[in-house]
Design a protein around this ligand. Structure first.
Ligand SMILES: Cc1ncc(C[n+]2csc(CCOP(=O)(O)OP(=O)(O)O)c2C)c(N)n1
Ligand SMILES: [Mg+2]
Length: 421
């Protein structure tokens, strides 16, 4: 680990990793008391990834978690009580008991897209959110996570290609924890480094030690800022190990003992504590204070969750069919006046034209500008004026595709990031 952050950032990273583990430890207890409805997944040993990557995002940015990213939800501002109640299917939970695990989001305040179980599907979804943000001039970055197993789905490749083609401000974290259920990574993909998957789409990638929270955060921060600057999507492979079975029901006896022992000796919280102690950023008193703060917070959050009722039976009948405004108002929050989003007044300039399109008899005889979010500069228009749907003269430049922007440093993954370990 390298010393390069502020004291506050070091403490935050520690706080959220310890909180992440404590929330999950508490849920294991609740599971054993039969209070959790459905499966319970663990991110034991992977906390540095969820926490370090989500900590690199700004408040306005968007994320969509996978099953092992409770740490990312906590960093984004989700209350532990909501995580507990969601897993317990309580009425006060974000989905009012209608769904479980981390299948909930918050589109209004925290900018969290609810995950679904189909591995990889969040990649095109979060690419879409990224493009929408760019269209609206919000300068946001979106992030989601995928496992080593999930990186072999078709939609991973379709989604990443889509993101690359669109130069979406999107960061994808590939958590290579060496297992997908009971399948070891070497049996499902013939690559040493899964970051190499990025090469197929011409985008940058990084490899980082997923058990080193400072390296994870620094890498994610760099990636987020590159994406925000318009350099396109980035893939980060975080190398780690799944310390528990796929879920609570799985004792994971198929994992070789030596492998487990190797990774248990590299516990991300223990490694970070050692670093903080050496750098005089944490002492026994500071550690105790953080633990006490978390213990009392979680005791209160758990009590709230346990006291929340189960949904009333008749609630199962509601919300099945949309009844229009009685059910929920389907209104795009981002709606802008049509004139504002129509060329030429849109902030996004048209970038190329289709020759002849729009030059028919009844048209003004122009090359129509294609208006599609990509803001590469174009050559100036020659001759005729283009049509605009609102009848005004467009100011957008026309011409053929411009020269490519500066090529982003190609990251031959292992190379540039190794130094951080
Ligand atoms: C498209 C799809 N196929 C299969 C599944 C079933 N499934 C859920 S989790 C999982 C293993 C995922 O492994 P990995 O992506 O490595 O993530 P990890 O569990 O290790 O975090 C599978 C096969 C699914 N949810 N979606
Ligand atoms: Mg895996």
């Amino acid at each position: 680990m390298k010393k390069e952050l502020t004291r506050r950032q070091y403490t935050d990273l520690y706080y959220f990793m310890v909180l992440n583990r404590a929330v999950e430890d508490m849920m294991v207890k609740l599971f054993r008391q039969n209070k959790i409805v459905g499966g319970l997944y663990s991110s034991l040993g992977q906390e540095a990834i969820s926490v370090g990557t989500a900590y690199a995002l700004e408040k306005k940015d968007w994320l969509a978690p996978m099953i092992r990213n409770i740490g990312a939800l906590l960093v984004k501002g989700v209350k532990p009580r909501d995580v507990f109640m969601q897993h317990m299917a309580k009425y006060d939970s974000p989905t009012k008991g209608k769904d479980g695990t981390s299948h909930f989001g918050d589109l209004d305040d925290l900018h969290i897209v609810s995950p679904i179980s189909m591995l990889g599907d969040l990649i095109p979804v979060m690419t879409g959110v990224a493009i929408a943000g760019r269209y609206l001039g919000q300068k946001i970055v979106t992030m989601t996570w995928i496992g080593d197993g999930g990186s072999s789905t078709g939609v991973f490749h379709e989604g990443l290609n889509f993101a690359a083609a669109q130069k979406a401000p999107f960061v994808l974290i590939l958590e290579n924890n060496l297992w997908a259920y009971s399948t070891p990574v070497r049996k499902q993909v013939p690559l040493e480094n899964l970051a190499d998957r990025a090469k197929a789409y011409g985008i940058d990638s990084y490899i980082v030690d997923g058990n080193d929270v400072v390296a994870v955060y620094s890498t994610a921060k760099e990636a987020v800022e590159c994406a925000r600057a318009g350099e396109g999507p980035i893939l980060i492979e975080a190398k780690t190990f799944r310390r528990q079975g796929h879920a609570q029901h799985d004792a994971a006896e198929y994992v070789p003992k030596e492998m487990r022992a190797h990774w248990e000796a590299r516990d991300p919280i223990a490694l970070y504590e050692k670093f903080l102690t050496n750098e005089k950023l944490l002492d026994a008193k500071g550690k105790k204070e953080i633990e006490e703060k978390i213990n009392s917070l979680l005791a209160a959050e758990r009590e709230f969750a346990e006291n929340s009722p189960m949904p009333p039976p008749e609630f199962a009948e509601t919300g099945v069919y949309c009844t229009g405004d009685d059910c929920h108002k389907i209104r795009a929050k981002w709606e802008r006046p049509i004139a504002e989003v129509t060329p030429p007044r849109s902030s996004v300039k048209a970038v190329w034209t289709i020759p002849g399109f729009g030059s028919g008899k009844s048209s003004g005889g122009a090359n129509a500008p294609i208006h599609f979010g990509d803001t590469q500069t174009a050559e100036p228009s020659v001759g005729k004026e283009a049509h605009s749907p609102n009848g005004k003269k467009p100011t957008a430049k026309t011409g053929t595709k411009s020269a490519p922007k500066k090529t982003v440093k190609a990251v031959s993954a292992s190379a540039s990031r190794k130094a951080r370990r």
